[in-house]
Write a protein that binds this ligand. Structure first.
Ligand SMILES: *Cc1c(COP(=O)(O)O)cnc(C)c1O
Length: 544
């Protein structure tokens, strides 16, 4: 069975909310496995509490609310026990079957929220150990053999460790067992530098990890991996996985990791993709299939590029009008910073910037020259929607958001044409993709691992204005509107120039059809989630 391990899983329909792209990727992978009828289990925590953000008097406020797995159709399957900090912890194992796929989750009332505390803290280690050891026991109880394991980022290391311990304690020699665990295990890395990763101390492992190991040889092996009493999970996850992948071509090239022997790790590029069925307007999917761009399993056809030359400007405008209705309905429930829900007519043009508020994604960049931004938008009566969550406790990014909102408030055009939507989530992401016209993606080049938000925009026929970074850089820059420059000022100028062009090109039927056709030609192979899943399967599923 294909088992996929992730501390973060973003699937609100099934009661689990993630933090960003890492969790969306996990959920998209499960949905694609389901649609392709591949037996698949996602092993993840069910967090009993979830954090929301809202605007109160112009300030972002965090709010934690409880979630009950019973409300989402999970069944309590069993209980498992792990040892932590001198105590025995009881974990509930809950499950939900969706076609050929299963969500198997471990949970308990004090599990906490996703990314609670600092990344090297005891509570994080507890969550990680609970997923790895608890999840592995849960699999065994349900009779599932994890003969293929995908480990989504380093915190899932303990799943591979639990498997190693199981093999060695049942009589397999340590080195044979390591070879065996490695054989069908894939470590998916989303982070560029190993140095940025938190470390755990030997003392923390004595309290949370070693007591859960049965095999003395495994304990000895793990102890020998510490350096100066510290351990980075990336160094050991590399030892227990035979396959390692980065999430875009550029990221796989740049990711700088070393194994225990000091050799640089070779990451194979498997660029992230998205589940089209989840993220694209259903009528548009039907249209793509009708044109013969993809088959009924949403696999791209060989002559898709030829087929998409039939796309016309009228059709694009109709799909966008349909998406606009969804956007208006969604925003009616999700007011902006002024407590208002703007209503957008079909002909109004909208720029969108929607992604987690982290420094390298540069949400503030378009607001650098407020006067110029206004000069671009005003002649077209264009709007700008901004959505993104600030990570709990990130005071620098909170301040940046306040600064943007302050600048906007002081401009009598922008204050009614720039809308900030709090608590960015799947629903807002979808509505903004289907209902806007121009998507901005502005990470500092070299810092975005892949990004998938822009993929949803391309698939839903928005113009993509982006720096050549992450997965965007998989594709030649002639296929989108590349924001480039030797320094920030040049990049900014490039951004504004494209924003202005984009508005006038959208109004021309010829340019509109041409740009959308060109973007889809360049990007459809990359953004296809079925392509990504096939690449994973080739790496780790035992071939028959
Ligand atoms: C698609 C999506 C993401 C991914 O965002 P990137 O910044 O492109 O990685 C994050 N959060 C939500 C809610 C999404 O829908």
């Amino acid at each position: 069975m294909y088992t996929y391990w992730s501390l973060e899983y973003y699937d609100q329909e099934n009661g689990i909310r993630g933090g960003g792209g890492l969790g969306v990727l996990a959920a998209d992978t499960r949905r694609i496995a389901e649609s392709l009828d591949v037996p698949f289990v996602i092993v993840t925590p069910f967090y009993p509490k979830v954090c929301h953000q809202k605007m109160v008097n112009g300030k972002l406020v965090d709010e934690t609310t409880p979630v009950d797995y019973h409300d989402y159709g999970y069944k309590l399957l069993d209980t498992v026990y792990i040892k932590c900090n001198g105590e025995v912890c009881k974990l509930d194992v809950v499950g939900k079957k969706l076609g050929a796929s299963i969500i198997l989750a471990v949970t308990e009332p004090n599990f906490g929220v996703l990314y609670q505390g600092l990344s090297g803290s005891d509570h994080r280690l507890y969550q990680e150990v609970a997923l790895g050891f608890g999840g592995y026991k849960a699999l065994k109880l349900t009779g599932i053999r994890p003969n293929a394991m995908q480990l989504n980022e380093v915190p899932t290391f303990f799943a591979a460790l639990a498997r190693l311990d199981d093999l060695v304690s049942s009589g397999v020699n340590l080195y044979e067992a390591i070879v065996y665990v490695r054989m069908h295990a894939l470590y998916t890395n989303h982070t560029l530098v190993q140095a940025a990763e938190a470390e755990f101390s030997f003392e923390q492992f004595e309290r949370y990890v070693f007591p859960n190991l049965k095999a003395r040889a495994v304990k000895r092996w793990l102890k020998s991996q510490f350096e100066d009493g510290k351990l980075k999970l990336s160094s050991v996850i590399i030892e227990l996985t035979g396959q390692h992948n980065g999430v875009s071509k550029l990221h796989a090239r740049l990711a700088n990791y070393h194994d225990i022997a000091g050799d640089r790790v070779n990451f194979k590029p498997i660029t992230n993709g998205v589940d089209m069925k989840k993220w694209v307007l259903p009528s548009l999917i039907e249209y793509y299939c009708g044109l013969g761009l993809m088959d009924d399993k949403l696999r791209l056809t060989d002559d898709y590029a030829e087929k998409l030359k039939q796309i016309t400007a009228d059709e694009i405008r109709n799909f966008k009008a349909e998406g606009r209705r969804i956007l208006n309905e969604t925003l009616a429930m999700r007011p902006d910073q002024n407590g208002e829900s703007p209503y957008f007519g079909d002909d109004e043009m909208i720029f969108v910037f929607k992604r987690r508020f982290v420094d390298y994604k540069r949400p503030e960049m378009p607001f650098t020259d407020i006067k110029r931004l206004r000069e671009i938008l005003e002649p077209y009566n264009a709007h700008y929607i901004l959505s993104g969550r600030v990570h709990n406790g990130d005071t620098a990014m909170s301040a940046k958001l306040q600064e943007i909102l302050e600048k906007v408030k002081n401009d009598d055009y922008l204050k009614s044409h720039v809308h900030y939507i709090a608590d960015y989530d799947e629903e807002v992401a979808y509505a903004l993709s289907v209902g806007s016209n121009f998507a901005l993606n502005l990470p500092v080049v070299g810092l975005e691992a892949c990004g998938t938000s822009w993929m949803k925009d391309v698939a839903n026929m928005n113009f993509l204005i982006s720096t050549p970074d992450g997965g965007v850089a998989d594709v030649e820059s002639k296929y989108y509107m590349p924001v480039t420059g030797e320094n920030f000022d040049e990049e900014l100028d490039s951004l504004y120039t494209w924003m202005k062009h984009a508005l006038s090109m959208w109004e021309s039927d010829y340019d509109l059809a041409d740009i959308i056709q060109s973007q889809l030609t360049g990007f459809l192979p990359t953004i296809s989630g079925t392509r990504m899943f096939r690449e994973y399967c080739e790496l780790i599923l035992p071939q028959n």
